[in-house]
Design a protein around this ligand. Structure first.
Ligand SMILES: [Zn+2]
Length: 334
């Protein structure tokens, strides 16, 4: 089998890829749900509008709400965690011991949605997409402190929890992967002493193709930090994961495929940044830079290039975010 899976359903013996059709489009946002003998882990949940789609998937697949032990928030961005309060409220009725796993930064930024810059800007750029936001009580969170993150050395001490899967054990650990956003984390599952799955979130850009191991950078204004992003990417590469999950969108498996897609994102992120630096010197205009970069992005996206289509227009908006995020990180924009 080729290494990219973008059809929803079970992608390995414990992991479900759920397409919540965010903003009404398929293949936009993946929710990953890990189902073990003694508990369920949900990774990211989308906006408040997406939660009922996730709950419906669970009902259809006989996954009970009282079995959910953790919901993990990779970072605070609304398309990932905007609906967290709602999902928490729903599951908590059945399992009062439910915990949300996140970094401290994520909890604080999420609960400061009225003033936090990502939310302020998103309300201007994507007003109808955001859904409702609400504060979440601090007791709901299991915050991962700096000494609790997964390290390749001494890994056994940094397992957050252990689950059983038929005859084997699967450990849950959390890798700190800032760069796309501060406080970004990547949960991973360890089986037979190796990393069986890691949720990239947006630490590895976005996957917009079902046949090519090619990505796009996932810079976003105002949170992107190139230096941290590249450091996180290298940390992921060092783990030699067997499979990985993109928030936008899908599952990649096989050591070589995962390695290739990490290399690709390292290449394209560097390449975009270098091009922006060069183009900015030629002409310091956002539109000029944007128009030169879009033709490089388009072949990496599996779409019919019909410039009136909604999906094309969404890609263009996404590209603006990427270019602008990198320009801010370079100090070209404030
Ligand atoms: Zn994000």
């Amino acid at each position: 089998m080729f290494g990219i899976e973008r059809n929803p359903g079970k992608v390995n013996e414990y992991l479900h890829l759920i397409d919540i059709k965010q903003h009404g489009f398929p293949n936009t946002f993946s929710v990953f749900l890990a189902e073990f003998n003694n508990g369920v882990v949900i990774i990211d949940c989308g906006t408040s509008k997406d939660v009922r789609k996730l709950l419906r998937y669970m009902k259809e697949n006989n996954i009970s709400l009282d079995s959910v032990k953790y919901v993990i928030a990779s970072h605070h961005h609304f398309d990932h965690s905007g609906g967290l309060w709602k999902l928490y409220d729903e599951i908590k009725k059945y399992n009062p011991r439910l915990k949300i796993i996140s970094s401290l930064e994520t909890m604080n930024m999420l609960n400061n949605f009225e003033n936090e810059q990502h939310f302020v800007r998103s309300r201007e750029t994507w007003p109808i997409l955001m859904g409702k936001l609400r504060k979440i009580e601090e007791d709901a969170f299991k915050i991962i402190n700096s000494d609790e993150y997964y390290k390749k050395e001494g890994e056994s001490s940094n397992i957050i929890d252990t689950f059983t899967l038929n005859d084997s054990e699967v450990g849950l650990a959390i890798l700190e992967t800032p760069g796309h956003a501060p406080g970004h984390i990547s949960p991973l599952f360890i089986k037979n002493d190796s990393v069986d799955f890691i949720y990239f979130g947006e630490a590895l850009g976005s996957l917009n193709h079902s046949k090519k191991l090619e990505t796009l950078p996932s810079s976003a204004a105002p949170d992107f930090n190139y230096k941290n992003y590249m450091t996180s990417l290298k940390k992921i590469k060092e783990l030699t994961p067997f499979s990985g999950g993109f928030a936008h969108f899908g599952f990649v498996s096989g050591l070589e495929n995962v390695h290739a897609i990490i290399d690709d994102n390292e290449y394209i992120t560097k390449d975009f940044r270098q091009r922006i630096i060069k183009l900015y010197r030629e002409k310091p205009e956002t539109k000029y830079i944007f128009d030169k970069l879009t033709p490089i992005a388009i072949p990496r996206v599996e779409i019919d290039v019909d410039e009136d289509s909604q999906i094309y227009q969404t890609l263009i908006k996404f590209m603006v975010t990427v270019v602008y995020g990198m320009m801010m990180d370079l100090g070209y924009r404030t």
